[in-house]
Write a protein that binds this ligand. Structure first.
Ligand code: G6P
Length: 608
């Protein structure tokens, strides 16, 4: 996890580093820090808490320097305190490093270095890197970094500065992302493109086991313990729209309200006026798609829920056996390479470590890999055989909203495409399904017009100690997603369950205090769902029902009811997600939680 930035050049160092860190804070916001070298002297500033704490400390200082590095942290080893914040520095204070990743053998290295007299001040795994470099440093910083990283086990993207070579940053990478932004008489480094976007569109992607020497006028890349390599400079062609809150109190609320336009945008990009579907980076041949007899979807968090929804559609329409696995689990099972399987990775950030690791494992076993990803240029985007973009735009709120909806839409379109290709869906039915999707943005707008009603319901239940979410079929994953959203941002314990499974355990939780959010939209399992709600009511559970507009037969079962427009069952998870997002948002707001940056979380999880 964590975000790292660095700059060599003549601009205002403080501002370049702070803007970069602000843009990387979705990767963690437990603490932040910067280090610079000015007049041959290394200085560093670190604070626990969010970036504004560091900004406060730097407020009346004028930070100079022609090299600088910065870090925003998601804690793995050690609490989020000042000493555990990065940059981590060597005992003599002459070498500073920032690190994204996990050093798995840090304890043995720490013991060894401590015995040699190096003074450890933090509980981090990263501190060993600073001491190791110091240990190997004679005159050439790059040589010392190169030697030091050979001792490291685990993952790292590091940026290093040292007083003895104050004109350069040395970076090295294994397993965590690192990008070099190429400028004129200046160069940048960052964990991702977001931090570089205001400065340059010329990008070099560092690969694993590579090291680079970054000076203002040059970038030299070489293999760690190997020869110099020539890197391609990519010009970023897409415009990055800088996210702002657009008048909303939080990014999350803004992103919820953006959902109709996100879907309209996807339709305009992926559906031609005559309803042909456009997948311009699919890059997996029709022959391979046709031959496929097994789709293995792997993802984490909300993206995993999108995968679960897709399974229903893919099996129903494209008639392809679809497995959906949590990446961190899938990775350590034995991946059977039988049959014509395609591995699909679903990821908003395109950087989730477990999802990326599965993708690499799948490729090493000669599977074709298809990514459903939002962030262009991310590792998963670059390393997959084919890509379907979510086109959700930059999502800033840590709890995923508009990207989830975008994933559901693109997976729906992919299902149609695959089904037509495999002759399991007629072209006429494909057009009907595509046309049905075109109604979704208006339906979401209708739900959004009920914001005040949903807010009142949310506030009524906000002080409940726990929640249960239940759904069936294609809306079972919606129940999981509803519960996750609530947990993430309000810190209220919530569980999502398949409604039919209630009687095998969770029904024991139900009493007169437990709010149960029941997804009971019109569907093939509607009647069964009503029976499950009856079971909840019989035990005095407090039912908040999400139902289809005009359905009066659920009213007697509901303490509160939220109606959503009538829509085809396959599309209902898209609509159902909206009131669930709003419920969580307004509950979290009522409880005064930090909606956009909930405690302990990060938007991009780049550690396993
Ligand atoms: C984190 C985020 C979630 C996200 C998950 C997977 O946990 O907080 O919102 O769903 O990572 O991220 P990805 O970028 O792979 O979709």
């Amino acid at each position: 996890m964590c975000g790292i930035v660095g700059y060599v050049g003549d601009r205002n160092m403080e501002s370049v580093l702070l803007v970069g860190l602000e843009r990387l804070s979705y990767r963690g916001y437990d603490s932040s820090g910067i280090a610079t070298i000015s007049g041959g002297e290394l200085s560093y500033w670190r604070t626990p808490g969010k970036l504004h704490e560091l900004e406060k400390v730097l407020q009346n200082m004028s930070i100079r320097g022609t090299v600088g590095i910065g870090h925003t942290r998601w804690s793995t080893h050690g609490e989020p305190t000042e000493v555990n914040a990065h940059p981590q520095v060597s005992t003599n204070g002459k070498v500073a490093i920032v690190h994204n990743g996990i050093i798995e053998n840090y304890l043995s290295l720490k013991n060894k270095l401590s015995a040699e007299g190096f003074l450890f001040r933090s509980q981090t795994d990263s501190e060993v890197i600073a001491h190791l470099i110091d240990r190997y440093l004679q005159t050439d910083l790059a040589a010392a970094v190169e030697r030091a990283v050979l001792d490291l086990e685990g993952t790292f993207a590091i940026a290093v500065i040292a007083e003895n070579q104050p004109d350069r940053i040395i970076v090295a990478k294994k397993g965590s992302p690192l990008i070099i932004g190429v400028g004129k008489k200046e160069n940048f480094i960052s964990s991702d493109i977001h931090a570089l976007a205001p400065h340059t569109k010329e990008i070099m992607y560092l690969d694993d086991h590579e090291l680079a020497i970054i000076e203002a006028n040059s970038v030299i890349v070489k293999k760690i313990n190997g020869a110099q390599v020539t890197k391609e400079v990519h010009t970023i062609t897409w415009d990055e729209v800088v996210a702002d809150k657009g008048g909303y109190d939080h990014y999350m609320l803004k992103e919820i309200h953006e959902q109709p336009s996100v879907i309209r945008n996807i339709i305009s990009k992926m559906v031609s006026p005559d309803n042909a579907l456009i997948f311009d980076k699919l890059h997996i041949s029709n022959g391979d798609l046709n031959k496929t007899n097994r789709l293995i979807i792997q993802a984490c968090g909300t993206s995993w829920h999108a995968g679960l929804v897709a399974k229903y559609m893919l099996e129903n329409y494209a008639r392809v056996l679809t497995e959906v696995d949590i990446s961190s689990e899938f990775r350590y099972r034995h991946m059977l390479s039988e049959g014509h399987a395609i591995v699909a990775a679903i990821s908003q950030s395109g950087e989730t470590a477990d999802t990326l690791a599965c993708l690499r494992e799948a490729k090493s076993k000669f599977f074709k890999v298809l990514a459903f990803v939002n962030v262009k240029g991310s590792s998963i985007d670059r390393e997959s055989d084919g890509v379907v973009y979510s086109y959700a735009g930059q999502e800033v709120g840590v709890a995923s909203t508009k990207n989830y909806i975008a994933q559901l839409v693109t997976l729906y379109l992919f299902t149609i495409h695959l089904a037509v290709l495999r002759w399991t869906l007629s072209k006429e039915d494909a057009v009907k399904m595509t046309n049905a999707l075109k109604r979704v943005p208006d339906c979401i707008e209708k739900i959004l017009s009920q914001v005040e009603k949903i807010r009142a319901i949310a506030e009524k239940y906000a002080y409940s100690k726990e929640f249960l979410f239940i759904g069936r079929g294609v809306n079972y994953p919606s129940a999981l997603e509803g519960a996750l959203k609530l947990k993430e941002i309000s810190y209220i314990h919530a569980t999502g369950y398949a409604a039919g499974e209630l009687k095998h355990g969770p029904i024991a939780l139900i009493d007169k205090n437990l709010p149960v959010v029941c997804i009971a939209t019109k569907s093939s399992t509607y009647d069964k769902m009503l029976s499950n709600i009856e079971e909840v009511r019989a035990r005095k559970g407090r039912t908040i029902i999400i139902a289809t507009e005009g359905d009066t037969s659920v009213q007697h079962l509901a303490e509160d009811i939220i109606y959503i427009p009538e829509i085809e069952e396959d599309l209902s998870p898209i609509l159902v997600a909206v009131p669930l997002q709003l419920l969580s948002y307004y509950i979290a707001l009522k409880l005064d939680c930090d909606v956009d940056q909930p405690r302990n979380l990060a938007k991009s999880v780049t550690v396993e």
